[in-house]
Design a protein around this ligand. Structure first.
Ligand code: HEC
Length: 82
């Protein structure tokens, strides 16, 4: 899927591969890796909440015909973005 998408982009927009991107070095400092955990003192992360989130993520009962979970489309085996 990803290779097909790349091929499609390459064929349709060959200039996109040659395009030079100007990077404003002064602005690079604005970007940082996202934190492992987004702390919220009003709603602290607990193991129980993480377990519940993981359970819901894989739960097909959330879909109308009980066959689709978040992981169906956002398969974590392929980093959730395929
Ligand atoms: C039927 C496929 C499908 C299912 C099931 C699905 N998603 Fe998505 N999800 C998508 C698609 C496609 C997009 C991108 C939509 C867009 O960019 O317009 C998306 C986008 C997202 C985004 C935004 C990502 C970003 O970079 O902005 C989040 C967060 C997300 N989904 C979470 C979930 C969660 C949580 C579930 C389960 C409750 C779920 N999705 C179930 C297909 C799905």
């Amino acid at each position: 899927m990803k290779i097909a998408t790349l091929l499609l982009i390459t064929c349709l927009f060959p200039a996109a591969l040659r395009a030079e991107v100007e990077v404003n070095r002064a602005m690079l400092g604005m970007f940082q890796p996202i934190p492992e955990v987004a702390e919220n003192p009003a709603n602290p992360v607990t193991d129980a909440k993480v377990d519940l989130g993981r359970m819901l993520y894989y739960d097909t009962r959330l879909s109308k015909n009980r066959s689709v979970s978040c992981n169906t489309c956002h398969d974590l085996a392929s980093f959730g973005d395929d």
